[in-house]
Design a protein around this ligand. Sequence first.
Ligand SMILES: [Zn+2]
Length: 114
Amino acid sequence: MENQKYCKYCGELIDIDCVICPKCGKQVEDLKKNDSVVINNNVSASANATVVGFGRPKNKWISLLLCIFTICGHKFYEGKIGMGLLYLFTFGLFGIGWIVDIISIACKPNPYYV
Ligand SMILES: [Zn+2]
């Protein structure tokens, strides 16, 4: 009996999850409850998308100065340890990656996100 209820229109015993009475076809439950579940799903989905899309904020000028003066420091600053070590041992991919990074960081908004 716990997972059943009576239709308030025709009095038939129906499943507790029924929104539309299968006997008389009338709406017995408010749809708002289900709507709010859907809205919550959308909120959590967009919250996840926000985390993926923006990540951790980084100060453009700190990163740019680290890049110019230490060659590899901006990679460590961005949390890219592997790339930082690669830049450290190859002098910024033999200067090419270093120059590219200076330009790309200079073109980024402040703060930027990694
Ligand atoms: Zn009914």
